[in-house]
Design a protein around this ligand. Sequence first.
Ligand code: DC
Length: 233
Amino acid sequence: MVGMNLVAPVIAIDGPSGSGKGTIARQVAQLLGFHLLDSGALYRLLGLFLLQQKLAPKQMTDKELELMAKTMPVEFCPDESGEIRILLNNQMVNDQLRTEQTGEMASQLAAMPAVRDGLLQRQRDFRQAPGLVADGRDMGTVVFPDAILKVYLDASAEARAKRRRKQLIEKGENVSIAILLQDLRRRDRRDRNRKHAPLMPAYDAVNIDSTELDIDQVVKIVMELAMQRLPAG
Ligand code: DC
């Protein structure tokens, strides 16, 4: 029912990279039985789509970029274990989305208004009953300003770099904290200082600093807030 979709509640979780928002969003969505939107994946998908076609954003007009953002053939398919398989042109691209090259392209594209406009409706289409947990940078400020709960999750740059290092070591990659820290700070600066939809807490967001908290503690706080605000039943 269309009416149901209009009122499906949204929980917005925004914050810088490495704050843990992706993991928190996934766990909260699972606990509530809600849909999940990893909005960063859409920016990465567009980046990968351009890389695959050897296109540079600069070669394209705003109209072309917006149209590509609106129409690139993407599917998100949850598998039995709850992991989401991301398909671009019917090919699974989960690993390719996480590379540095794709991340860099995504970050450049994310600063372009034509791209943000093109992806806006796609993100809103994820809002379906019984509800949505959306993670990104502008979920509470731009995409879902009427979210029933907006969380802004932050952590010190050092804590975020350490977490990233741990993830990379688990994948067999050894990168120094110093390099990761430099990288994080560069991306933070770009995300915070861009003109369009910069990374910032919504005025009505609950700020959580996870520097000293583990995943379970943050999930517990978010779940308590969600239970207070979700309609009963
Ligand atoms: O969260 P992530 O690293 O997958 O995000 C990839 C890029 O997209 C990153 O540079 C920030 C940007 N992004 C954005 O501008 N707005 C969002 N809602 C999500 C991501």
